[in-house]
Design a protein around this ligand. Structure first.
Ligand SMILES: Cc1cc2nc3c(=O)[nH]c(=O)nc-3n(C[C@H](O)[C@H](O)[C@H](O)COP(=O)(O)O)c2cc1C
Length: 222
């Protein structure tokens, strides 16, 4: 076998996934779902960095603080973890039909790094809630800043309804049908990450705000 023959994806390092729950609390339902996602990724050959929102949390974004003190350590940690990963998976609570403030604040901080680490990064969004909607409305709100920042969000999202009674003793989803759907959502996302990484067809994209003339004063996603 030549060197060229051995360069297929089966001979490269596994794809790396940053997985974290966007809840700050210890007994988080989203923490449980993020651990199940991490286990599913590892069972299917991926490498996982499992983190929690406390690792990335920090003071409210303030441009004066950024100018005088630089970035808080939580924002630097999230930037580093994103840069070291091929893709991310977030399990986020829904707060008042929308994004938890701590997660939005972290997104705002990392959006100020250059290069901006969410650009062209693949992402899968999931949620868990005691409600019947499973936090799904919050995920639609969460897509907006991520898509603006150039993240390649997977179209399918997983929302676990009545999550306070949905897990079994092993941390899996008790309903076999829902567990199977969860696994296929995660594995299909992994397939897309692998295809994009190893068989890229679009090398670069240039995105700028529609209707604005190019000007250094405008923020861009490059
Ligand atoms: C400020 C606040 C707002 C909430 N708003 C919603 C909501 O809009 N929809 C929903 O399904 N649950 C809502 N909840 C309930 C959360 O889904 C529930 O607390 C859940 O357990 C939070 O996720 P965690 O367990 O991962 O911390 C809200 C909770 C809080 C504290």
């Amino acid at each position: 076998m030549t060197d060229a023959d051995s360069s297929g994806p089966q001979n490269q390092r596994p794809d790396r996934f940053l997985v974290f729950s966007a809840s700050l609390r210890d007994d988080s339902l989203n923490g449980r779902l993020s651990r199940l996602a991490a286990a599913t990724i590892e069972a299917n050959g991926g490498m996982v960095e499992l983190r929690g929102m406390r690792d990335f949390d920090g003071p409210s974004y303030d441009a004066d603080v950024q100018a005088e003190e630089g970035f808080p350590s939580g924002a630097e940690s999230l930037r580093d973890s994103l840069q070291q990963s091929d893709a991310f998976v977030i399990s986020s609570p829904e707060y008042n039909f929308s994004i938890p403030g701590a997660l939005k604040n972290s997104i705002d901080w990392v959006s100020r790094f250059s290069p901006q680490p969410l650009n062209e990064k693949h992402g899968l969004l999931m949620s868990a809630s005691p409600s019947m909607a499973g936090g799904n409305r919050g995920l639609w709100a969460l897509r907006v800043p991520f898509e603006h920042l150039g993240a390649r969000l997977y179209p399918d999202m997983f929302s676990l309804a009545q999550a306070h009674q949905a897990f079994d003793a092993e941390g899996r989803i008790a309903s076999p049908q829902l567990q199977a759907r969860f696994e296929s959502n995660v594995v299909n996302f992994m397939d897309q990450v692998e295809a994009s990484k190893h068989y890229p067809c679009i090398k670069r994209a240039w995105v700028e705000y529609l209707g604005e003339d190019p000007d250094p004063a405008f923020d861009r996603v490059e």
